[in-house]
Design a protein around this ligand. Sequence first.
Ligand SMILES: [Zn+2]
Length: 344
Amino acid sequence: MDFLLTMDTEWDRHPTKDGRVTVENLSSLPLFHALCVSEGIRPCYLCAQEAADAPAFAPLGERVVTRNEGEIGTHLHPMTSPPYWVDPVEERKKIPFPNEYPLDIFEAKLAHLRQTLEARFGPQHTYRAGRFGLAPEHVPILVRHGFRADSSITPGVSWSHANGLSEAVGPDYRDHDAHPFWWDTGNEGGSRLLELPITIVRRGPRLIDALRRWTAGRRPGPPTPDEVLWLRPMPGRLHELRTVMHIARRQGIRVLNFMMHSNELHPGCNPYFDTSEKVEGLLAGLRSFFRNLSRSGVRSLTPREYTEQNAGTVVRTRPAVSSAWAECRGNAGCNTLTAGGTTA
Ligand SMILES: [Zn+2]
């Protein structure tokens, strides 16, 4: 089993009243990175524009690249990457989903961020949409811009209730599982995009619910929010990381994709680890989890390394553009992801 650590490297969570974003949290990253290096973990820092531009991040980013201690990837939050579609202050207040934007604006924002990161840290390979807002139509654009891996899908989770610039515009990933797959871009023999979903597993319905379904002759439906477990750290629940790993192993998932946010390492910049004691507990819990991975024979790779090592493997493919979803784009009332067409 392989292990990816993907970190959204970004703002301090809340814009100031005049729409500025701050990146105080990035000062906590070197301590976290030293922990990763000492435990043999190869993190991928997925950078939003504000991190790509931040002098505070540059030394760490350069170290990661020159010493080959991980990967620097791309995390597009459209509210902080130009060109701005509406008033930037308004965009930052609403924290839009990338899938809300016309494709030409999305591509221009992606190009700006990619070029910033490439100028500072070299070619970009791995992408994650801000707020997990991937649209199937983004896939050919990502491939065109050199990306070979995406990590935007949150299996079993729907964001369709969430508001961005418009109401209820997030994607719905309840029909996905945590296995990687190649997006089918129809580009036979050409470049492809490997989807590396965040590892989110189903805890399994409570026995009583399963019995009710069975007696009613109903097949299991999509998981409810309390039936899914994320491979991401939450205060007081760090022990669940091992549970997720064991469930994933039982389900035959060959790669774990652990996600977190850079601001979770800095008290006052996130809602979960809001005190120094909680952050210290987080770092101690992560050290223990990383050591458990190592003892279990789990290998840490960057998404780039994982993609290159699995380039020849046959895994499931999905069409890059779902006609059902394409019809929905721009219509706030229609937000169901209907990828369909899965082939073995
Ligand atoms: Zn983010």
